[in-house]
Design a protein around this ligand. Structure first.
Ligand SMILES: Cc1ncc(COP(=O)(O)O)c(C=O)c1O
Length: 467
C-alpha cells in the first residue's frame, strides 16, 4: 500500500477506537438528555420526538436535511439567562442563528440582540427587535452599515479599531447623530477552546489590546469625542468555554482598565460587557454550567474587583448565542449509503453517508467540532459499532461526526438526528457543490412551522446570471 501522505489524526484515532472520552453506550436507544432539547424522548414506536413532533414527521413534511428548533426550549434557555443573571442585560448573539422568528422570540423574552452585519440588522429589525435593543459588532463595519445603524437608532456600537472610531464620528457628523459606544478590547486571555473561536489573545483581528495600551487610548479617544457617548468596555474571550477562569482573568483586566480610565479622565465607565462563549454539551464529555452558577461566579469576581479598585459596580451585560439556540436545534438527515472500510490491523470503520454535510454544518471541518447522533426513526437492538457520519460533498474532510457509536444495522433510508445543531450550523451554511441550504423549522406542541424555507435549485439558478 502506498501512502500519499502521512496519515493524520483522523486515521490515528481508528486504532484507538475513537477519542478517549467515547464509551460504548449501554443502550444505543437511550438519549443523553443533556444533548437534546428539553422534553425530547422516543415514542412507543421508538421514534425521536422533539417538542411533540416525531422527527419522522419532520422528514416527511419538510424533507431532509432539516434543522428543527424547539421554540419552548429556546425560550426556556433565554429565560434561564434572564433569570439566572438578574439585573444584567442579555444580548442574544444573532450570529449563532437568526431569523425573523428567532428575533421575535428573543424580543418577547426580554433579550436584546447582537448583530454584526447589515443582513443581521435587517433581519433583527424585521423580526420586531427594537433598534434601541441592538448591539452592533464587527471588525470591519462598512460606512453603509454604520450609517444605517445610526439612522435606525441602534442602541450601541461596539467599536473595534481607531479607524472605525474615526468613520463613526464622520457618519455622526454627516447625519447629525450621536452614538453610544463600547470599546472591544483584547484581554490576553487564552481561552481553552479551538484557536479559531478563541478571540481574546493578542494576535488576532478583533479588539484593541489592553496590554499594548491601545484599549485605554481608544477609550479616552471615544470619551473626548463630541459625537460619541462612551458606555464602557467590551470583552469576548471566545466560544464553547466551560471554565470560569478565563472570564475571571478578563474581568480582572477589564476592571483594571476601567480604573486606569478613571485615573486618566476622573470619570467612571458605566458599563462592562463580558461577551458570550458559554459552552454547551455536544457530546457526553461536555459538562455545561448552569446559568445561576455562572452568574454567581461572575458577580463575585466583579464585586471583588470593584472593592479592590474602589470602583462602583458597572452595569453588566453578556452575549450568549450558542447556549440559547444550540441545544434547541436538531438536524435531521437521511442515510443514503453505508460502507464498511477495512483499515490496517484487521480493523474496520462504518461510514454512514447522509444527505447533507459540510455545507449545512461546517463546524467539524472548520474547527474539529464534535457532535453526537442517534437513529431517529426507530430503535435497534443491533450491536454498537464505531461509525463515522459523513456528508455528500466532494471533500474527504466532509465529516459531520468523526466518531460515534451507531447500531450495526443502520441502513439506507434511516434518519440520523444530530443534537446541538441550533447554533452556527444554518448560520454558517454554504452552497458548496451547489447544494441548496436546508430549511429551519420551529417545533412547538406537536406542530412545525417553517421559519426559513429550503433553498431550491431555482434559487441557485437565478443567481447565476452569466451567459
Ligand atoms: C462578540 C461576540 N459576542 C458573543 C458571541 C457569541 O458566542 P457564543 O455563541 O459562543 O455564546 C460571539 C461569537 O463569536 C462574539 O463574537
Amino acid at each position: 500500500m502506498t501512502h500519499m501522505h502521512i496519515a493524520g489524526s483522523i486515521h490515528a484515532d481508528a486504532a484507538q477506537g475513537g477519542p478517549t472520552w467515547l464509551r460504548v453506550p449501554d443502550d444505543l436507544n437511550e438519549l443523553d438528555l443533556k444533548l437534546w432539547p428539553r422534553g425530547t424522548h422516543r415514542d412507543e414506536s421508538g421514534r425521536i420526538v422533539v417538542a411533540g413532533v416525531a422527527l419522522t414527521d419532520v422528514a416527511e413534511q419538510h424533507g431532509t436535511p432539516t434543522y428543527v428548533i424547539d421554540e419552548d426550549d429556546f425560550r426556556s434557555r433565554a429565560r434561564d439567562f434572564k433569570e439566572g443573571f438578574p439585573g444584567w442585560e442579555i444580548y442574544y448573539a444573532g450570529k449563532a442563528l437568526l431569523t425573523r422568528t428567532v428575533a421575535r422570540w428573543a424580543a418577547e423574552e426580554g433579550l436584546n440582540l447582537d448583530v454584526t452585519t447589515m443582513g443581521e440588522m435587517r433581519i433583527a429589525l424585521a423580526g420586531g427587535m427594537p433598534a434601541a435593543r441592538l448591539g452592533f459588532h464587527g471588525n470591519n463595519k462598512s460606512d453603509e452599515e454604520i450609517a444605517f445603524a445610526l439612522e435606525q437608532g441602534v442602541g450601541r456600537i461596539i467599536v473595534d479599531s481607531f479607524d472605525e472610531i474615526q468613520r463613526l464620528e464622520r457618519a455622526c457628523s454627516e447625519g447629525g447623530h450621536r452614538a453610544n459606544v463600547l470599546v472591544r478590547v483584547t484581554t490576553g486571555v487564552e481561552a481553552h477552546t479551538h484557536e479559531y473561536i478563541a478571540t481574546a489573545h493578542e494576535d488576532q483581528k478583533f479588539g484593541l489590546s489592553i496590554m499594548g495600551g491601545q484599549a485605554l487610548t481608544a477609550l479616552v479617544r471615544c470619551y473626548s469625542s463630541p459625537y460619541l457617548d462612551l458606555r464602557g468596555i467590551h470583552s469576548h474571550i471566545g466560544s464553547q468555554i466551560f471554565e470560569t477562569l478565563g472570564f475571571e482573568v478578563a474581568i480582572r483586566r477589564t476592571m483594571k482598565l476601567a480604573s486606569q480610565f478613571r485615573t486618566a479622565t476622573g470619570v467612571e465607565l458605566p458599563e462592562l460587557d463580558l461577551g458570550g462563549g458559554f459552552g454547551i454539551a455536544y457530546t457526553a464529555a461536555d459538562t455545561p454550567r448552569a446559568t445561576t452558577e455562572l452568574a454567581a461566579a461572575f458577580e463575585e469576581m466583579v464585586d471583588h474587583e470593584c472593592r479592590a479598585l474602589g470602583l462602583n459596580r458597572p452595569e453588566l451585560s453578556i452575549e450568549p448565542g450558542r447556549a440559547i439556540c444550540g441545544p434547541s436545534g436538531v438536524a435531521v438527515y437521511r442515510v443514503g449509503t453505508v460502507k464498511t472500510v477495512e483499515l490496517e490491523g484487521g480493523r474496520s470503520r462504518v461510514y454512514v453517508s447522509v444527505d447533507g454535510g459540510m455545507s449545512d454544518n461546517i463546524r467539524p471541518a472548520l474547527y474539529a467540532a464534535e457532535y453526537s447522533a442517534a437513529v431517529a426513526n426507530r430503535t435497534s437492538t443491533a450491536e454498537a459499532v464505531l461509525s463515522r457520519v459523513v456528508g455528500k460533498h466532494c471533500e474527504g474532510g466532509d465529516i459531520l461526526i468523526r466518531d460515534v457509536f451507531l447500531p450495526s444495522d443502520v441502513a439506507i433510508g434511516d434518519l440520523i438526528a444530530v443534537p446541538g445543531s441550533g447554533a452556527y450550523a444554518r448560520s454558517m451554511a454554504s452552497n458548496y457543490n451547489q447544494i441548496p441550504k436546508p430549511p429551519v423549522v420551529s417545533a412547538k406542541d406537536g406542530d412545525t412551522s417553517v421559519m426559513l424555507r429550503r433553498e431550491t435549485l431555482e434559487d441557485l439558478m437565478r443567481l447565476d446570471v452569466g451567459q
